[in-house]
Ligand binder design. Structure first.
Ligand code: LMR
Length: 329
């Protein structure tokens, strides 16, 4: 009897292992640092939905928002090591792994609007930049929008002089460092997940980000003033571990590419509205005063930041800046 039970148990175990392993889905861990309710968070969730649908469940996408899995710098290392398969870091975050060229997107006032941005990302220059990722063990799949950055502090930021001596949190980009230095401020690189606390405790005085990031991280609750500057852009490069991507069955890769294309269109079509909505919610909260600049004040900010182009020319590459300006000018 005992023998029979054991035999039956091992048959059952084999039956479990056999078909289960034959059917186990391919898992894509997609880690990111922002809230689910943001342009990037929503595009990632849309990709999950479409990828699972188009592959009939052969692929399972696990989205980890809000730095729950990794913070900024760690997530890129985790991708290179294969601990996660997909990320969408901002253009400003590739410098520390040796790709400085994406920092061109950080140049102040280089992108007048999202239509101009699309000319770059959807054209040959966008494709050329994605190719650079191959050398770092990743494949670039798409460009996702967030939107334009605004400035905030506990002091009114109107003229370039107002920035003098204040500490600003920045993403890990030398262009952003040069930008705040041009204003006489002190830039401090910090992971996105640490910004709220740093503002709350006064470790830094101010920051720059999009309305959706400001609102979902509650930064408006710890900053008295926000200035509509639209001085820079935050967008993302969706990257996948190259070995993982190249090793996928071609039909699965095709379905995932289709899902990515559609998720990109979905996300990029509504990013501007999400930032507009977040601005309204910040205004409604009454926690932070929103300041706007006159055209003269805006001009003074532009002028103060112009030296950045020269300061970072050797780092980002003057020909690349030229190419970019040709597309956007
Ligand atoms: C930041 O660090 O401020 C942003 O890059 C966060 C994000 O992913 O939007």
């Amino acid at each position: 009897m005992r023998k029979l039970i054991l035999a039956a148990a091992s048959v059952a175990a084999l039956a479990l292992i056999g078909p289960a392993s034959a059917q186990s889905p391919i898992v894509i861990k997609f880690s990111h640092v922002v809230a689910a309710d943001t342009p990037k968070g929503k595009a990632a969730d849309k990709f999950k939905e479409l990828a699972e649908k188009y592959t009939n469940g052969k692929v399972k996408v696990e989205v980890y928002p809000n730095s729950t899995l990794y913070k900024d710098k760690e997530e890129l290392e985790a991708l290179q090591l294969g601990a996660v398969q997909m990320l969408a870091p901002s253009n400003s975050k590739f410098g520390p792994i040796g790709i400085k060229e994406f920092e061109v997107f950080d140049l102040p006032y280089i992108l007048p609007d999202l239509k101009t941005l699309r000319k770059v990302t959807d054209g040959p220059l966008g494709a050329k930049l994605l190719k650079l990722l191959d050398t770092k063990g990743m494949t670039g799949l798409a460009y996702w929008d967030n939107g334009f950055k605004q400035m905030s502090a506990n002091k009114k930021l109107i003229a370039p002089d107002d920035y003098k001596g204040l500490k600003f949190r920045i993403q890990s980009s030398k262009v952003l460092e040069a930008q705040f230095r041009a204003l006489g401020a002190i830039p401090q690189v910090m992971a996105f997940s640490d910004v709220y606390q740093a503002l709350q405790t006064g470790v830094v005085d101010g920051q720059e980000n999009t309305w959706s990031n400001i609102y979902t991280q509650k930064m408006h609750e710890v900053q008295k003033y926000m200035t509509v500057t639209n001085h820079g852009y935050i967008g993302y490069v969706v990257v996948v571990n190259k070995k993982f991507w190249d090793g996928l069955p071609p039909d699965i890769r095709d379905e995932l590419s289709k899902a990515m294309k559609e998720a990109t269109e979905y996300g990029n079509n509504q990013s501007a509205k999400e930032n507009d909505d977040a601005l309204e919610l910040i205004k409604k909260s009454g926690k932070s005063e929103i300041l706007t600049l006159t055209s003269e004040q805006d001009e003074a900010m532009r002028k103060a930041m112009m030296p950045v182009y020269k300061d970072v020319a050797s780092r980002v590459g003057q020909p690349l800046i030229g190419e970019f300006l040709k597309e956007t000018g």
